[in-house]
Ligand binder design. Structure first.
Ligand SMILES: [Zn+2]
Length: 352
């Protein structure tokens, strides 16, 4: 009996003293989750890599209902700027890109639970109902008509016979898409699209309706129901160091103006791709000058007092429940690395 009690005491003390526990305690803070889309049934998860099955999403929301308080983007802003305390039980739900299934599948569930949420949209994709380059690429890798993908503007043809070849082509082309100016991205998309006939694209697009972006009617419906609409640039444009300042300005200002015209207000932005290389001090200045109030990255961490408001951390929601619970509980472990990066990059570029 005494032995069991001592053992229990030993493990409790060891857990309290473990460095992970200490990091958890020091870095507690609200968490911002990133989703892209929710789909009833995934036909080809390699193409629909950004969407999670609806039953999994329902389980995750049920977990949040029982364990967390979901707050809105305006609530978070008030906590950061109007001295409302930051509460580690607070969590925010965000969706990037603006897929139609955000309105048709995610919104009804979130509304029934009374959960506020935000959608960051790329306005050109909304205006033109244009699907995203990464979908065109993934679909072409699996459905190209002669198992070859010719990207003329890169002067390269990729063989697509094996899984490894498709993986290499995906890595090579998506790497270029993420670091290239808009015109080159458009040429790549054109070449990739050309690997499949128009009639076949109609069938493929129909099969993958999950990739369809919302139109302004969808956006207005969400906005009228209290959903926060934010910018994800005009063209899903990545704001890295190789981009021209005039283009960055155009992306930030155009998306904000179009959202304000169609949804009334646009105060928040999530940077496309959003990694450590995808936002620069110059872009941060332009985000501030365009009167955004908060900017969200995809760098993992939590929200703590004193964070840079244009370099806020977020955490991707994985597509299974156990990994989701683990990540929600342990996101604070990522925080020290995030803080070092944000401190270095943010430096002098704080808002006025
Ligand atoms: Zn995105």
């Amino acid at each position: 009996m005494l032995k069991t009690r001592l053992k229990k005491h030993f493990f409790k003390t060891a857990d309290c003293l473990s460095p992970f526990n200490l990091i958890r305690k020091l870095n507690k803070g609200p968490l911002v989750l990133v989703y892209h889309g929710v789909e009833k049934e995934l036909i080809n998860p390699r193409v629909q890599t950004l969407h999670i099955p609806l039953p999994t999403f329902e389980q995750q929301m049920d977990f949040l209902r029982r364990s967390r308080q979901v707050i809105s983007m305006d609530d978070l802003y008030s906590c950061l700027f109007h001295n409302h305390p930051l509460d580690p039980s607070h969590i925010l739900i965000t969706f990037d890109d603006g897929y139609k299934n955000n309105r048709s599948l995610a919104a009804p569930l979130l509304e029934s639970l009374g959960f506020p949420f935000s959608v960051f949209i790329s306005t050109r994709h909304v205006e033109e109902r244009r699907r995203f380059p990464i979908y065109r690429l993934r679909a072409a890798l699996y459905y190209a008509e002669n198992k070859k993908l010719a990207v003329r503007c890169l002067d390269t043809t990729f063989d697509l016979d094996t899984k490894a070849q498709r993986g290499r082509a995906l890595e090579a082309i998506s790497g270029v898409l993420k670091t290239s100016p808009r015109r080159l991205v458009e040429s790549i998309v054109q070449d990739v699209t050309g690997s499949i006939s128009e009639e076949r694209w109609l069938e493929i697009d129909h099969l993958f309706s999950s990739e369809e972006p919302m139109d302004w009617g969808d956006i207005r419906q969400l906005s009228d129901r209290g959903v926060t609409i934010g910018s994800h640039c005009h063209d899903h444009f990545i704001l890295n160091a190789s981009q021209e300042p005039a283009e960055i300005e155009y992306q930030l200002s155009t998306s904000k103006r179009l959202i304000e015209q169609n949804a009334g207000r646009c105060s928040y932005i999530a940077y496309p791709n959003g990694g450590k290389e995808d936002i620069t001090p110059g872009a941060l200045r332009m985000v501030r000058d365009n009167r955004y109030l908060l900017g969200f990255t995809s760098v993992k961490g939590v929200i703590r007092d004193g964070v840079h408001p244009f370099l806020l951390a977020r955490v991707f929601a994985p597509d299974d429940l156990d990994r989701f619970k683990f990540r929600v509980k342990n996101a604070c472990l990522y925080h020290p690395r995030y803080s070092r990066w944000a401190g270095r990059l943010g430096g002098a570029e704080r808002p006025n």
